[in-house]
Design a protein around this ligand. Sequence first.
Ligand SMILES: [Zn+2]
Length: 347
Amino acid sequence: MQKNKTGRKLLGLMSLITMILSACDTTDTGSKENTKQAVPVVQQKQPDQIAYPPVDVDMELKQVSEHVYYVQGQAGIATDNAGFISNAAAIVTSEGVVVFDALGSPSLAYKFYQKLREVTGQPVRKLILSHYHADHIYGIQVFKDMGAEVIAPAGAELYLDSPSSQERLEERRFSLDPWVNESTRLVRPDRFVTDKTQFEMGGVSFTLDYLGEAHADGDLTLFVEPDRVLLSGDIIFEGRVPFLGDSNTRQWLKTLEAMETSGLVALVPGHGPAASKPNEAVQATRRYLAFVRGKMHNAVNNMDSFDEVYDEIDWSEFEHLPAFKEANRRNAYQVFLSIEKEFLNQE
Ligand SMILES: [Zn+2]
């Protein structure tokens, strides 16, 4: 262990020297290639950029706290904005980088990686996935191929083993061409999380909370200390209507009701801007879920038809939110069907 630490220190020292040297290089030669490479890269296989057709989207790396950075996808449906609709984050430590979620195409993940290279030369050691949905996972291979350990919640295997994961990939090869292409592949995690899990890296402490089935077949959140920042994945949507997909809204709502947000400095959701008032972000998603579930529960209870009920509901609290038009009706119908099932299971 001690040897390892010394080794890392040495590496750190070496990278510092390289940094100084390369800074000297650029002033000496004025080489264009060198001026771009402000931060030296420590010992990691570099991705083959030819494999990732460049993607022309605005992607700004924002710093949330001392160690936490993220990029924010735009609100919209899955294929808008070259598929850049979800967030990805990175925790930069003195002994490596932990990436959280991998975006909707290898090209987007590669662009994100290039942004990270502007702030750190540390290798990406781990990639943690909040859940397995297409908008968060097609970039996994970029980090996996550089040697990062891929960690995901248990339940991800249900997605990977379902025919729909393959169908979705085929569909995205078409709708997100050329960024999702024949080389894009579904990557299985190296490790599944089934319980609360903690680890340390470079003086930063990481806590993975396993939530079970909530938004997806398996969800997890990541809490970063000393920053006190929570990376929530898709159990929190900020500033837009959540995508409910095939989620278990009963379990999801329970998770949010139990969530402790009082000590948080910031929360980075799976979609939307980082919230400096985490409690409000949690409340907003919670309110939406509770509202849809409440209305659909009444509808099923009264044996009303979905279409009639849907049009009569006053949606004004949510109508103004981005993605309302695209997501709300489908969300409501999904909840309607799942509450029907809940009723059947009670009998
Ligand atoms: Zn998502």
